[in-house]
Design a protein around this ligand. Sequence first.
Ligand SMILES: *Cc1c(COP(=O)(O)O)cnc(C)c1O
Length: 352
Amino acid sequence: MSQFWSSIVNDLTPYVPGEQPKVDNLIKLNTNENPYPPSPKVLKILKESANNSLRLYPDPNADKLKQSLAKHYKIKSAQVFVGNGSDEVLAHTFVALLKQSKPILLPDISYSFYPVYCQLFVIDYRQIALDDKFQININDYFSKNGGIIFPNPNAPTGKLLALQQIELLLQNNTQSVVVIDEAYIDFGGESAVKLIDDYTNLLVIQTFSKSRSLAGLRVGFAMGNSNLIEALERVKNSFNSYPLDQFAINGAIAAIEDNDYFKQTTEKIVSSRNYLLKEMSSMGFKILPSSANFIFASHPDYDAEEVALFLRHQDIIVRHFKQLRIEQYLRITVGTQKECEALVKAFKIFLS
Ligand SMILES: *Cc1c(COP(=O)(O)O)cnc(C)c1O
């Protein structure tokens, strides 16, 4: 509290990101980063990008990146928006499209940044409870609203909503924008991007941070009707003309172009996810079906926080949320196969 702060700042409860430890001997399974390095082609272009052209401003519209994304997703450049991480794309989305007179709808258990943006931008919101299987029930979203937003697969549950369900939601919600945050879609879901030509109120948001191993580069993007994209551009150009630097633009293009590497690394993660599911289930853990690069697990006999603390002593960090309904769960990022084996070994020590 301070007399110099605005009332908004005095009332804020900022988002708390997962710990980024300053020591590097840890197995880091707490922030859903990709355990594999970026594509070698990305690293090569990043090195080459350290040149004299850095004295110039980057392209404010990042046109080449938009074209590259448009080609990859078989849409038009005018249907693509890019930003400094999908968190920034989300922030602009709240201001540009979700700040309405009616409250927006979002799940009670989902990405905890959404309510923070609502506070910051003074947006009224209503949280809708997931059902007792932690599933989003789209029938709960058919009431009048100022917009709808949720991740698919959902975070931190990892549960996927089928594309037909999203289409059903769009058919029943035509008067406000529906935002699908697809941060984890590449690990086992079907993107709603194929619906953007049919539903002008659909905005799909993705990121290079998870499936493309580039959390440190900060690149996110949105895909939707050009009219929605224009709204995002208006906010972006009223805030920061150059959200993506030359490294981010060049690195992201190289990442999109190296589809083989992307496929190999995502397949490895899916296979390690199956390994964890099998091994941990046999140790008595209850694990939600995951379509993401993390699993959401609880053990009927042990306190989740206690398990997390034990793992920390074994130099493994996972994420625990002190939040109603999910305080007995741990969100565990799928690491390399070796890291997953070390995790299973630590669990065996804990349970013996
Ligand atoms: C990781 C994550 C993001 C943020 O991604 P950045 O592009 O790194 O900002 C957005 N939404 C969800 C659901 C996430 O898990």
